[in-house]
Design a protein around this ligand. Structure first.
Ligand SMILES: Cc1ncc(C[n+]2csc(CCOP(=O)(O)OP(=O)(O)O)c2C)c(N)n1
Ligand SMILES: [Mg+2]
Length: 884
């Protein structure tokens, strides 16, 4: 921190410093810290208004004398690291020579190699470790380094490496980034959408605690590590949950930020210091911060810096300058960094320019990294972040070391390859170097033996994704008998029906404990508050206060083994908890079934990227878009009324989306979902939209279960109907009302169908059509849609509370003319009836559209359209809902 106050009494200052020195010598760090904090508190209480200081000097947190002894063989480790560096670079270079434009990254791993190698050799626990596997979020753009290491371990073949980013090539290739969906035995976490990794890592650590606190597993000291970029920390998601991590005392969490001071275009903070900024943010949020800025070569300089000139100089230098020194070299650094002050110049008088140039940043020094990790994993009470300074493109020289273009460097030319080989003493010929051949250690070599031995000690290789959950039994659908029987005279909404289902499910002896209800401060909106008492709200520290409603039966009950995750107003965090719970079958070997219920408008629209990541990571569970529908949720207006989440869901491959009308449909779909996830081990997420309109729910008709799952079942049929109505979700009831009007007012009796899922119908029809196309010789298959609607080419009118494209997605497969009514456009605040009229989806518009369709089909006279408009008082001058 630069001092703004001019010292007016240096002698007095010196006396204070000496007192501190005495305290340090006699009583050590803890007592000194206590004394200083007491003094600060005292000064504050006297009105000194001391500014809150979140950053420490721009030096290493662990002082030279405090470094741990290095337990590894540094010589062998360096050789292994050099070959990994080489292979990682060669993989990207070869890929781009063979297939120009295929992409990949050299510079990220080049900067992070030491950070990773020290962790792999000494810290990260693999799947066979007695304490269990650590969870590791690898920086997405550093993936070539992970592949290169796995190649040396014999886990990947030369062909695999040659097919980097060519997954469809013969023999199989390697995915560009960490994608568990694409490499399910290898990658655990998807990290390449920047910002999601750090957020999800926090929630994984938190969920690990939840599992321990609820008695599912022991605390064996497993950790969550997240390797991140300093540019990545710009993302709001990266820092958004930092206080949750400290509030929950997540000392099972370690962030490692590779501070190469650069992102894609240039410096992260050219005009200031990213490390100091991050330190302030993390310390302010209550994290333990370990800065590793300077390598061991700098130790002596700092020790010789009696008057603090070096300390002052590192304080004032900005990242832009530090980057320039890397590019310009030793002489430039001597002139521009040390040359500022004669005393500073003197400090380096005996050091040559070449030596100056070689002085490492802390993140390239194994001893410094080792000490940082060691402190991090032993730290108690709060999460730790290691801020390690490195050089982007380290070792690339002219090809991009520290240069602004470095991120986009995709291949090295012959001279650059030779330079790289020499820089890291890679023992290969010029010919092998210029051809960028992959190098491997002989199995008998010291290097190979060491590599394997170190990993064996730590429980086997990483990255590794394990998929061995203990089986549990899913209850039969009959446990939801109450829902299957309908509500009789009682009116209920689908949201209420779902909450009832959840209550029944959580009481089930086998699966009940495994259910994880998640809410972002919305439980009362959905009528879930009775579950507070039944299940308890999870809180690591229990309930330290007497809740205001403690005299009531259904009070706000927080407890250490509480089951509900009440995440606060935090959809991004809540979906991260969903992901953590939904991956438990793999990460902890225990099936957990998350039910994340939220305002549906703040679901896909707000956190779709996290939902996409959940799919990539093969998470399983239920998403429940509460109070959905653009007109069913009336009154709330344009920001709350969801009319399009089903479009997003349809485009998300692992999501099975349902818009349900009746309680029995919910019971059938949820039970089937659990069977798929738990008994059939399928990586699916079910998305259900739930509404708040109250009506009577009928008893489940016999034999419709599999049709409900497939997306369509018949409600009522007549022989040879002239028109069909497809209703969906709460609009099913408008379709039924329209059918009655058609019959009573116009003598037309339509066939009526209930669509539970347009997207499931579409997928099945598309898949069937594709199969038929490429199997011309075989008997054609029939999709569920085709089987239901047969070849009857009468007009079909569909209605849903979603934009028309939701129902239109089955258009190509519906026989005969197909008309869709939906809720396109921004909504309004008004009553349900007004909104349905405004969007032109109510019973009268369904009738109008049906009559129009029948006139086009030549079944009835044209003037009936106008008659219908008059009869139902439909205003031709009414504003269009889709016009903005
Ligand atoms: C959400 C998101 N936005 C943009 C990108 C594109 N992108 C990939 S890497 C990168 C720069 C990364 O910089 P940094 O985090 O500092 O990592 P480094 O490579 O420097 O270690 C960018 C912008 C992305 N992957 N994700
Ligand atoms: Mg960076």
């Amino acid at each position: 921190m630069t001092k703004k106050y001019k010292d007016q009494d240096p002698q007095e200052t010196q006396e204070w410093i000496e007192s501190i020195e005495d305290a340090l010598e006699e009583h050590g760090y803890e007592r000194t810290r206590f004394l200083l904090e007491t003094l600060i508190d005292y000064a504050q209480s006297k009105g000194a208004r001391l500014p809150f200081n979140t950053s420490t000097p721009f030096t290493n947190t662990i002082l030279p004398g405090q470094d741990s002894e290095y337990p590894g063989d540094r010589d062998i480790e360096r050789k292994i690291k050099s070959i990994i560096r080489w292979n990682a670079m060669a993989m990207v270079t070869r890929a781009n020579k063979n297939t120009p434009g295929i992409g990949g990254h050299i510079s990220t791993y080049a900067s992070a190699a030491t950070i990773y190698e020290v962790a792999f050799n000494h810290f990260l626990k693999g799947p066979e470790h007695p304490s269990g596997q650590d969870m590791v979020f690898f920086q997405g753009h550093a993936s070539p380094g992970m592949y290169a290491r796995a190649f040396l371990e014999g886990r990947l073949s030369r062909d695999n490496l040659n097919n980097f980013r060519r997954e469809l090539a013969e023999g199989g290739g390697l995915s560009s980034y960490p994608h568990p969906y694409l490499m399910p035995d290898f990658w655990q976490f998807a990290t390449v959408s920047m910002g999601l990794g750090p957020l999800m890592a926090i929630y994984q650590a938190r969920f690990m605690r939840y599992m321990i606190d609820r008695g599912f597993m022991e605390d064996t000291g497993r950790k969550v590590f997240a390797f991140l970029g300093d540019g990545e920390m710009d993302e709001p998601e990266s820092k958004g949950a930092l206080t949750l991590a400290s509030r929950e005392n997540l000392d099972n969490l370690v962030f490692v930020v590779n501070c190469n001071l650069q992102r894609l275009d240039g410096p992260v903070r050219g005009n200031s210091k990213i490390i100091q900024e991050l330190e302030a943010a993390f310390r302010g949020a209550g994290w333990n911060v370990i800065k590793n800025i300077w390598g061991s070569d700098w130790d002596e300089l700092f020790e010789n810096d009696i008057n603090g000139v070096l300390l002052d100089r590192v304080e004032e230098v900005v990242d832009g300058d530090l980057l320039k020194y890397v590019v310009e070299g030793g002489a430039y650094m001597r002139e521009h960094f040390f040359g500022k002050d004669p005393e500073l110049s003197n400090l380096v008088a005996d050091i040559s320019d070449e030596e100056l140039e070689k002085m490492k940043a802390g993140g390239h020094d194994p001893v410094k990294m080792y000490s940082a990790y060691k402190e991090a994993i032993n730290h108690k009470g709060s999460p730790t972040v290691i801020l390690a300074r490195t050089v982007k493109g380290y070792g690339l020289g002219e090809a991009g070391e520290g240069r602004n273009i470095t991120h986009n460097q995709k291949k090295l030319n012959e001279n650059q390859l030779i330079y790289f080989r020499d820089r890291f003493n890679v023992p290969i010929s010029d010919d092998d170097a210029t051809r960028a051949t992959f190098q491997i250690f002989d199995e008998k070599s010291k290097e190979y033996q060491y590599l394997i031995k170190q990993r064996k000690k730590l429980g086997g290789p990483l990255p590794s994704r394990i998929n061995k959950p203990s089986p549990i039994q899913v209850p039969k659908v009959s446990i939801f008998e109450e829902l299957l029987n309908g509500t009789g005279d009682r009116k209920a909404s689908t949201t209420m029906s779902f909450v009832r289902l959840l209550s029944i499910l959580t009481k089930d002896k086998t699966i009940g404990k495994h259910i994880v209800p998640i809410v972002p401060d919305e439980a009362r909106t959905f009528g879930m508050d009775p579950l507070f008492r039944q299940l308890g709200i999870y809180s690591h520290s229990g309930q330290l206060y007497d809740p205001v409603d403690s005299d009531q039966f259904l009070y706000y009950k927080e407890e250490k083994n509480g089951q509900i995750l009440e995440e606060g107003i935090n959809e991004a965090g809540a979906i991260s908890s969903f992901i953590a719970a939904g991956m438990s079958y793999s990460n902890h070997g225990i099936h957990m079934v998350p039910f994340y219920i939220y305002y549906s408008m703040f679901g896909f629209q707000r956190v779709w990227d996290l939902i996409w990541a959940a799919g990539d990571m093969r998470a399983r569970g239920f998403l429940l878009g509460g109070t959905a529908g653009r007109t069913t949720l009336n009154g709330e207006g344009l920001q709350h009324q969801d009319g399009h989440s089903h479009l997003a869901a349809a485009a998300t491959p692992n999501i099975k989306a349902y818009d349900l009308a009746y309680a029995y449909e919910i019971a059938i779909v949820v039970q089937r979902g659990m069977v798929e996830m738990i008994e059939e081990n399928k990586d699916v997420v079910y998305y259900l939209t739930l509404e708040n309109e109250n009506y009577n729910h009928p008893k489940q008709p016999d034999g419709i279960e599999s049709d409900v799952i497939r997306g369509l079942y018949k409600v009522r049929g007549t022989k040879k109907p002239k028109i069909r109505l497809l209703g969906s979700g709460p609009l099913m009831r408008e379709a039924l009302a329209a059918a009655k009007l058609l019959k009573d007012d116009w003598g037309i009796e339509p066939g009526i169908w209930n669509v539970t899922s347009f997207s499931e119908l579409r997928r099945d029809a598309e898949e069937t059509e594709r199969w038929n196309l490429i199997h011309p010789e075989e008997d054609p298959r029939r999709s569920h849609l085709e089987k239901c609607l047969s070849k009857n080419e009468v007009p079909t009118v569909a209605v849903s509370d979603y934009v028309k494209m939701v129902s239109e997605q089955i258009g190509p497969y519906v026989p005969g003319p197909y008309y869709c009514l939906g809720t396109d456009g921004f909504g309004r605040s008004d009553t349900r009836e007004e909104l349905r009229s405004f969007f032109e989806i109510d019973r009268y518009y369904i009738v109008l559209m049906s009559i129009k369709a029948l006139t086009i089909a030549g079944e009835i006279e044209r003037d009936l359209v106008e008659k219908a408009m008059k009869k139902y008082k439909l205003d031709p001058d009414k504003p269009s809902p889709i016009k903005v």
